[in-house]
Design a protein around this ligand. Sequence first.
Ligand code: F6P
Length: 371
Amino acid sequence: MAKKTNGTIGILTAGGDCPGLNAVIRGVAKAALHYGIRVIGIRDGFRGLIENRTLPLDSQAVSGILTQGGTFLGSSRDKPHKMPVGGKVVDMTNVAVRNYKKLKLDCLVCLGGNGTQKTAFRLHQRGGLNVLTLPKTIDNDVAETDITFGFDSAMAIATEAIDRLHTTATSHQRIIVVEIMGHDAGWLCLGAGIAGGADVILIPEIPYDLEAVARHLTRRRKAGKRFSLIAVAEGIISREEAKAREAAKRIESPFIAESGGTRLVQEPVASRLARQLQQLTGVEARVTSLGHVQRGGTPTPFDRLLCTRLGTKAGELLAQGRYNIMVGVRGTECVPVPLAKVAGIKRVVPTNHPWIKTARLVETCLGDDCE
Ligand code: F6P
């Protein structure tokens, strides 16, 4: 007897990858299949939907992927309404809608960060698609969820890096500046900085005072400390830059330029800071930029559990026909949140967040008041 089907979903991963994507795909697919829903994988994010590149996902196809980093479906930062095609940027929303219909999808499940939440919501609003999203990003900056998947794994990698840098910094009596991902939100830098015991933590939400940081380093030196570890997020700005940016009403980081949808790094922020601090303190400084190492490899046990919980909750909600929501985390629960409350909102670190107070109470300089 043919098995009863309960509709069809497509699933894609978009934006920068992170550990845990495969674990979520597995969770969604296994739970959906359990409820009799057919699952179709879409390759390389929204681009795969436009180009109709898909594969059927049965239980076998999603077996053995729980611990694998990256996304076996592939990812891209392409958006249907701004697709680079032959040197031009074209609105291909209608193609996305056509292919959604051709695949007979009841819902498009999108795993991604802020950009993806926005794109999915746009497809719902402009194209009439049913969507369900899951909050992925090492940046932890998606609204309406306590945490995003991938964050814990990246924090573990960054913390281990800080630990390792500590031992070499002390051997050589150096300042080491370690650059951690995060252009707009400092969660990862702050979390790893506190966990790794960084002496200075600079995040985009708190413009830093270079002189104050230098004085903090000099005081440490005088107190007999042989090293200083400085954790900085990619998007930090000095007080002067913050003022200039405010005056010019510029939105983008001074270190980053947008070019046809691609982000180009103009100047490594950590290098400039290390050079300035070496000049001001007379202490030898070195730089380590962790870069995409933070997005690679296997997810932590915390993320594997979180991903499996989020993915299976999504499967349950899909079986109930609950669409146009993101599955977020609230305390101990995975809960549906209207996508309208998520799309277009970036959750940055509030300057009165408990982690900020925690850091200050263990004498960490946050770049503002380090006296
Ligand atoms: O959004 C996640 C993120 O890892 C950011 O922290 C980082 O700034 C950015 O992606 C890097 O993107 P790309 O992989 O395109 O260089």
